[in-house]
Ligand binder design. Structure first.
Ligand SMILES: NC(=O)c1ccc[n+]([C@@H]2O[C@H](COP(=O)([O-])OP(=O)(O)OC[C@H]3O[C@@H](n4cnc5c(N)ncnc54)[C@H](OP(=O)(O)O)[C@@H]3O)[C@@H](O)[C@H]2O)c1
Length: 284
C-alpha cells in the first residue's frame, strides 16, 4: 500500500527533535496526513510500540536517535538500543505494515580520512561509538525493510535544537574573540532544507537506497562561524582559527565530512542548495 506524494499517512518518529521539528510541517505542507510522535508517545526501543504506532501509515520517517556523540563513548549500549535496535524495530514494523521508510543517518559512519566527497557506497568505517551504532542501524534498515531510503546527513542546525549557529551567536555576545576549529571540513545543513529533500524523495518513484542529504559546497567550522558573524552584522575577524587538538573531545570528530550528492543526481533529485544560502535563510 505505497502512497504517492501527499496521498497518504506518514508517521514521524523523534518528532520533538531538531529535525523532527521541521519534518512535520514540511510533510504536512506537501499534503501528507502527519502523525508526529516524540519519545514520550513512541519509544523506538520497544518493538511492540513500533508495530502499534506504524500500523495504518503508508510512510515512516525515522528521526528518532541517540545523538549525544560524546556520551555514547561511555554508554554505547544506550546508543545502540536507539540507533540500531530502535531502527530495526521501526524497519520491521514498516515491513509488517507495508509502509515505506525514510531512515536518517550520519557522516559518522565514515572514517573521516577521505580527501574527496564520500560516495554512498564508500565502505563504512566508523571511528566513534555513535558512528558504530548508526552504521548498525543503516544495515538493519536495509536488511529488514527493502522499501526504504537511508538519508545520511551532517552538521545539522535548526530552530528546534541547540546547534552551532545559535552557540556562535551566544558566544559573540559573551566574548570579544571566539576560537573555532579550522581542520574539519563539512557541509552545514539546515533542517528545513533536509526536510524538503525528504518530501521530494518520497514524492515520486525514487529508487530505494542510500542518499546523502547534506548542503552543497563545503567549509570548516571556522568558515561557518565567520559566515554566521558576517550575516549577523558582526566583525568576522573576531573569529580566530584553531585546531581540533585545542578542543579534545571523548569521541573523535571526522576531519572530512564532505558527502557526495551523485546518487541523488542519478535518480533525478536535486541536491540541497549551497550551505551559504541555507545559513542566510536561517538567519533571515
Ligand atoms: N544534529 C546533527 O548534526 C546530525 C548530524 C548527522 C546526522 N544526524 C541524524 O539526524 C537525525 C535527527 O537528529 P537531530 O539533530 O534532530 O537530533 P535530536 O534533536 O537529538 O533529535 C532526536 C530525537 O530522538 C528522540 N529519541 C531519543 N531516544 C528515543 C527513543 N528511544 N525513542 C524515540 N525517540 C527517541 C530524542 O528525544 P529526547 O530529546 O527526549 O532524547 C529527540 O527528540 C538523527 O538520526 C541523527 O543521528 C544529526
Amino acid at each position: 500500500m505505497s502512497a504517492q506524494a501527499g496521498a497518504g499517512r506518514v508517521l514521524v518518529t523523534g518528532a520533538n527533535g531538531m529535525l523532527g521539528h521541521d519534518l512535520v510541517p514540511a510533510l504536512r505542507a506537501a499534503g501528507w496526513v502527519v502523525t508526529g510522535l516524540g519519545r514520550g508517545d513512541l519509544d523506538v526501543t520497544d518493538a511492540w510500540q513500533c508495530v502499534a504506532a506504524v500500523d495504518g501509515h503508508d510512510l515512516v520517517v525515522n528521526a528518532a536517535a541517540y545523538t549525544a556523540v560524546d556520551a555514547a563513548e561511555t554508554d554505547e549500549a544506550a546508543a545502540f538500543a536507539v540507533n540500531a535496535v530502535g531502527a530495526a524495530n521501526v524497519a520491521r514494523a514498516c515491513s509488517r505494515a507495508g509502509a515505506r521508510l525514510v531512515h536518517v543517518s550520519t557522516d559518522y559512519v565514515f572514517d573521516g580520512t577521505a580527501t574527496e566527497p564520500y560516495a554512498v557506497d564508500h565502505p563504512v568505517a566508523p571511528r566513534s561509538a555513535y558512528g558504530r551504532t548508526k552504521a548498525a542501524g543503516e544495515w538493519a534498515v536495509r536488511a529488514l525493510c527493502p522499501e526504504s531510503w537511508v538519508v545520511r546527513t551532517a552538521w545539522l542546525y535548526g530552530a528546534g535544537g541547540p546547534n552551532f549557529v545559535s552557540t556562535m551567536l551566544r558566544l559573540a555576545g559573551e566574548r570579544e574573540t571566539v576560537s573555532v576549529v579550522d581542520d574539519q571540513e563539512g557541509q552545514p545543513t539546515w533542517t528545513v532544507d533536509l526536510a524538503d529533500l525528504v518530501v521530494r524523495l518520497v514524492a515520486g518513484d525514487t529508487a530505494y537506497g542510500i542518499h546523502h542529504g547534506t548542503a552543497s559546497g563545503q567549509t570548516t567550522w571556522f568558515g561557518l562561524a565567520r559566515a554566521v558573524f558576517e550575516l549577523s552584522g558582526l566583525d568576522p575577524e573576531r573569529v580566530l582559527p584553531t585546531t581540533s587538538d585545542a578542543f579534545p573531545r571523548p569521541a573523535p570528530r571526522p576531519a572530512w565530512s564532505v558527502l557526495s550528492h551523485e546518487s541523488l543526481e542519478r535518480v533525478g533529485i536535486a541536491p540541497l542548495r549551497d550551505w551559504h544560502e541555507g545559513i542566510a535563510s536561517f538567519r533571515a
